[in-house]
Ligand binder design. Structure first.
Ligand SMILES: *Cc1c(COP(=O)(O)O)cnc(C)c1O
Length: 493
């Protein structure tokens, strides 16, 4: 099964075509491409011939097989131990599940849908799957090359913790995460500020999330400062994050196929920045037995509108919903998809992105049947529908969905009812099993669960309860660039 390495060097290019091809490790350190685009592999490996051999692999083994197709500049033994370490026993440090259930991506059946629980990691959210690997990769690269990386991030509350847990205690890395002071939930705040590692620095900004994001952009946008203090980012445009997520699409598809005997499955993905569902699309292109991706949004539905009409146009503003990690204005990973959509024509893509920057809108032509892309079907779930499906799943199956996962379940149910609706030609494949990605544990969103079920005692997890009693550490700073810069400089000594 092993192909000699020399035959398959994988380089990375930018969607905007103005970065020389570089190796994986350089692409990981680069994050956003230097020409403003996103880094992508120069080809997508086809693994159809190896699927049979992959089916029974444990998660880390499968991750190694998938990832090594994209990573040819790290020796295989190193890559394997890096991945084994990432998804080894420490990954489940907060999980009280039985040993047998300790799966990075655990399939459970509820009624006629399957749920892929991706929240068994340290912060109870699917982002751990990628950020734990990214943290290990950074550490590996820095140890070998020397040097330091200082991560600067801004969070509205929910995703900061996964970034912090990905970087905590890693050699060569310091991480600074800004959140709006007093405007994140107590659980979110504790998840971030109870981490005691010396390389973790929480900053509560006296301002809004937008203020935090503007501070980050203006500090990282100062190139002298950025270079001098080796500022980096862990946001979802980093290719390594997409790569890590490809793995569980294979894993989930194998598992559901084994249980049902179906030839292929559909996967429903609660979507915000398009990183997760893009990983599913790569898995499909590689040959994973996935027939379609169901793209689910909340009221912030720019992507659902795109896949139903071909028109990608900004909404007026971000709407706050029960699924905050999907409250986005533009989807930062969508550019990768568009690149393939225009046939890999970087010039054309640059033109489209420039037009979008100027007008807030771009579009592609649907086919004669009105289908924008046969690989996707898309639907939006609004707050009322989300609450209803959480209530229904609890009553019927005693299974508690978090509000993000519930968007995906809603979209899947809706599309099944509509049978071939949404501009797609009528299909006869409606009996294909559906796998819904569960992106967070409900205990992270107790208010929504109480509202949906009428019960305040369902959204619980021992890891969260334990964390609420830990001491916290956080620096409160004014909404002022100089103050934040000064804090970073002093902290780094
Ligand atoms: C980040 C996140 C999402 C959205 O994932 P994208 O890759 O941004 O599309 C969905 N659910 C949860 C819980 C998240 O944290």
């Amino acid at each position: 099964m092993k192909v000699p390495r020399s035959e398959q060097t994988m380089n990375y290019i930018s969607t905007r075509g103005q970065v020389k091809p570089i190796a994986f490790q350089d692409a990981v350190l680069m994050g956003l491409a230097d020409d403003g685009g996103l880094m992508i592999p120069e080809s997508i490996p086809n693994v159809t011939d190896t699927l049979d051999a992959w089916r029974e692999l444990p998660y880390a083994g499968l991750a190694f097989e998938v990832i090594r197709r994209f990573v040819t500049d790290i020796p295989e033994d190193d890559l394997r131990s890096l991945i084994d370490k990432t998804y080894g026993p420490d990954y489940f440090v907060n999980d009280t599940a039985a040993e047998a259930d300790r799966d990075v991506a655990l399939v459970v059946q509820t009624g006629d849908v399957f749920i892929l629980e991706l929240w068994h990691g340290p912060t109870l959210a699917f982002k751990d799957v990628a950020l734990q690997l990214l943290g290990n990769l950074f550490e590996y690269i820095l140890t070998r090359r020397g040097g330091k990386l200082n991560i600067l991030g801004a969070t509205s509350g929910d995703t900061g913790s996964a970034a912090i847990y990905g970087c905590r205690g890693r050699a060569g890395i310091d991480i600074f995460v800004m959140h709006p002071h007093g405007r994140v939930s107590p659980i979110q705040e504790h998840q971030m500020t109870s981490v005691a590692d010396e390389n973790v620095h929480n900053i509560a900004i006296e301002g809004s999330f937008d203020d935090c994001q503007n501070l980050m952009k203006s500090i990282a946008g100062d190139l002298d400062f950025k270079r001098k203090y080796s500022l980096g980012a862990v946001n979802s445009v980093n290719w390594a994050r997409v790569l890590a997520q490809i793995v569980y699409y294979f894993h989930g598809a194998f598992d559901v196929r084994k249980r049902t005997g179906a030839k292929a499955i559909r996967v429903s993905v609660p979507t915000g920045n398009f990183g997760d569902v893009l990983a599913g699309w790569y898995a499909m292109k590689m040959g994973a037995p996935i027939e379609k991706l169901i793209l689910a949004t909340n009221e912030n539905d720019i992507l659902a509108r795109f896949y139903n009409t071909g028109d990608y146009s900004l909404g007026r503003e971000v709407i706050k919903t029960l699924s905050p990690s999907m409250d986005i204005q533009v989807a930062s990973n969508f550019e990768r998809y568009l690149y393939y959509r225009v046939g890999g024509d970087a010039d054309k893509l640059r033109e489209m992105m420039a037009r979008f920057a100027k007008t807030g809108s771009l579009s592609v032509e649907p086919d004669r049947d009105g289908v924008v892309d046969a690989d996707f079907i898309a639907a939006r779930a609004d707050t009322e529908q989300v609450l209803k499906v959480i209530g229904k799943f609890y009553q019927q199956y005693e299974y508690v969905l978090d509000p993000h996962t519930a968007c995906g379940v809603c979209a899947a149910e809706k599309l099944r009812e509509e049978r071939g609706g949404l501009g797609n030609p009528p299909r006869h494949a409606d009996d294909l099993p559906i796998l819904c990605l569960a992106t967070a544990h409900p205990a992270k969103f107790p208010a929504a669960i109480a509202q949906a079920t009428g019960r305040g005692d369902l959204a619980k997890h021992p890891a969260i309860e334990a964390m609420m009693h830990k001491p916290t550490r956080c620096k409160i700073l004014p909404n002022d660039k100089q103050a934040v810069r000064k804090y970073i400089i002093e902290t780094l000594g």
